[in-house]
Design a protein around this ligand. Sequence first.
Ligand code: NAD
Ligand code: MN
Length: 361
Amino acid sequence: MRKHRIAVIPGDGIGLEVIEAGKKVLEELAEKSGEIQFDFKDFDWSSKRYLEQGHYIPEGGLDELKTFDAIYFGAVGSQEVPDHVSLWDLRLAICQGFDQYANVRPARVLPGVTSRLQGADKIDWVIVRENSEGEYSGNGGRVHQGLPDEIGTEVSIFSRKGVERIHRFAFELAMTRPRKKLLLVTKSNAQRHGMVLWDQIFFEVARDFPEVEIQRELVDAVTTRMVLKPETMDVIVATNLHADIISDLAAALSGSLGIAPTANLNPERTFPSMFEPIHGSAFDIAGQGIANPIGAFWTAVMMLEHLGEETSARRLMDAIEAVTRSELHARDLGGAATTAEITDAVCQHIDEQMRAKTATG
Ligand code: NAD
Ligand code: MN
């Protein structure tokens, strides 16, 4: 029996609903296979806590989190707290504190899901987002108010270390894919400094990966390519800001924000990595039991892969696809199924798979 200690941070809004659903399918997987065990510990680091106590992460919180094998995160964001506070004080505090510099976002159209994009069945991308520096490095910049002309400055930082490690990570990932293509996305025509470093280091690292077919595109042009020629892209590497934007587009093109997963990885495994659906706390539907939990389930698949549980990861992905194929969809995908109904259906598929396995010996 292999045990995994998982820190669970549901956060706010539908984060609470989809993470509860995610724990349920993981428990089902563990119980029915008898091969693994999850030791979940819940952390109520949320906007509610911030409003009551003035902080998201309590004193010593990150030290405690450090001892876990992985972090399963929901979403953070509340109408009562400015978004930049919730983002920086919780999610980014963990990503930066644990040097989770590689943010990985797969995008593909699951069976039974209809995309608004024609030819969307050709989407099979993994977006690698630099997650530790760049436009979201949080270093410098300020708002100068009270002057006749108010100004706000924002400082982006791109370091050789930071750029080289994300490129290397992306090349290694491209090597594991059948098509072995890597697309570099920048805006080096307009952003003359940091982006130049991105371009330069990309071609340096490329020399170590002669089998990877490299391509390059500016971020604005890439949005049209995603829509018009989705089949020409495979792995994509981009900065924190650029990848943030194109990955939301990727999620929408592949069906809905409600199904897309992401992993914030510390590839060296010095610290735990964090897994989360890409959607936010969705004030408009929170508390109604109608959030699509598929994003949280696919996230759990990525977490299982990271934990070395390939077989369980495949079983869960098979169960997710069986349910989307049956067109039991939540409202964001044009259906009427509740979070609980989708969760039960996935659990049932896991159960059926395990019975079939027992039956065939
Ligand atoms: P959102 O992702 O919360 O919602 C965008 C739209 O998509 C809404 O209409 C919502 O109902 C729908 N949606 C999202 N997930 C869904 C799901 N699983 N099932 C069905 N529909 C779903 O983004 P937003 O409205 O821009 O942000 C709301 C709050 O969440 C803000 O405070 C924002 O800062 C925060 N946020 C947090 C994260 C995070 O924690 N990683 C990410 C994005 C936004
Ligand atoms: Mn985003």
